[in-house]
Write a protein that binds this ligand. Sequence first.
Ligand SMILES: O=C(O)CCC(=O)C(=O)O
Length: 201
Amino acid sequence: MSPPNFERIELAGATLRWCPEAVDPALADRWLTTLSTEISWRSETLKMYGREVAVPRLIAWYGDPGADYRYSGVNHAPEPWSRTLGELRDWLNESCGHHFNSVLANLYRTGGDAMGWHADNEPELGPQPVIASLSLGATRRMRFRRVDRSQQSFHLDLTHGSLLVMQGETQQHWQHAITRTKRVVAPRINLTFRQIINGLG
Ligand SMILES: O=C(O)CCC(=O)C(=O)O
């Protein structure tokens, strides 16, 4: 795998590196097919206003032993790295010059699956997390908005085989979301590689 040719995007406190064609389309097709079955996808629920609601996508958490992560209000212990996820981690560690020890996998089954506004700012990610986000399958729009001025916004269309790295103070100043769309029916897998700083690995 050759290293991605990143474009750097700096925007009012967001520092992004973006490569729309990080992975050759044929290889991206293979990863999409393999990961659809290799990952142990789980459906989760979330407590909202005292009610249990289904998270609108399937989720899995993989990583080094001890790389526990609390999201959607629940603590998640990692599954051990699968073969393909381990290969992707090694490629991204080298390409990004970072030590990712975990990955959050999301499967958006159709355009009806989504991820609400949030920042990846949990304490276990540290103050300036580096997050490498690899997209496979249907193109979905990632929207960004400034935390303190929500009318300041931009978006990126995350295409098949694209790689987005969020770093610096991005998670302090910006939130991001994948909103629902009626235009997309095909599935999409997104993998966000992270470093859990209290992880043992
Ligand atoms: O699916 C995506 O591209 C976004 C994933 C995301 O926001 C996250 O894992 O925190």
